[in-house]
Design a protein around this ligand. Sequence first.
Ligand code: SOE
Length: 392
Amino acid sequence: MDGLRAAVAGLGFMGFTHVEALRRLGVEVVGLLGSTPEKGQAAAQSLGIPHFYEDFGELVADPTVDVVHICTPNYLHYPMAKAALERGKHVICEKPLATSSRQSLELVQLAQKTGLVAAVNYNLRYYPLCLEARARVQAGEIGQVRFIHGGYLQDWLFFATDWNWRLDPALGGKWRAVADIGTHWLDMALWLTGLRVAAVIADFATFIPTRLKPRRSVDTFAGKVTAPEEAEEVQVQTEDYAAILLAFEGGARGVLTLSQISAGRKNHFWWELNGSQASLSWDQEHPNELWIGYRDRPNELLIKDPALMHPAVRPLAGYPGGHAEGYPDTFLQLYKAVYSYIADGDFSRPRPFPTFEDGHRQMVLCEAIWKSVRQKRWVEVRERLCEKDAHD
Ligand code: SOE
């Protein structure tokens, strides 16, 4: 990767996942920023990383850093991405890119002005069989896409005692399931099909209106194994559940179900594409199998095997057939795409990874979905929609 160096801000579930993928790729991680200097120091020591930063200002001022990974709670994505770009750093930002489309649009414009590489961590695109599915759609193998449906269901916020910063709108933003897991699905739907959403109608529900918030912070998913402790009762303002209908430009339709309170569903992200000639379906909990459905011949189950994949996406599968690839590998492949693009240096080339434009598109969709919930009607999606428009 041509000596490119990274720094990672935010040391929860995601920060550690980014560090692990970067190290597997051979990118040197020169420093870490935790929510406190003590946490940064402890993580740097345990991972053998030379430096920890006192604050984000120190991180972006570090001349040895080429790429800044932002893995902090959502409300910090915008100010941190802005500061990093202003200091001449390339950025890989966790999703959602911001907490409003006004912020994400500003980041898109800043990335364009600086010419720096600005990526959003929509890592699920990099499952080998999702890449394969997209290649098949692009090659016309399922015909015209008529319909895409699926969902993202989890159970880590199932109990009223489950807590995480995502439940606090001041930290996570005003949408929860939709921004946290829904934008993964929507990004996948747009990327797989190449379609754009013309209009949405949605319904939200909060089934657990009051939760017990522990005095100590709880890392993502960690509440499933930690004992309940001293806690205060708080009202929940964000959605546990969302159902969204999508009308795409050109006439295709979509249906999406989201929930973070579906007992037994751990990280059940799945999609199905129904085309005019065939169907494709994939489930993150069985990521090495792609179902191909036909009307006039037996269905097929493609087991991940680079030898059986489209030549263009074959290099993005890291292991031979029969060697399962999973969640951590998607981060590796995403960073390989970003870092090799930076190392190549020709930034006029199309970017083979999710960019700030993709992150902005998701913020626009979140706002249209939110507007539809509040006004109980179909809402047209306008790509440059600003937060102001979302509230009329
Ligand atoms: C929590 O819902 C979460 O960690 C998401 O934030 C991630 O994006 C997803 O990959 C797993 O679940």
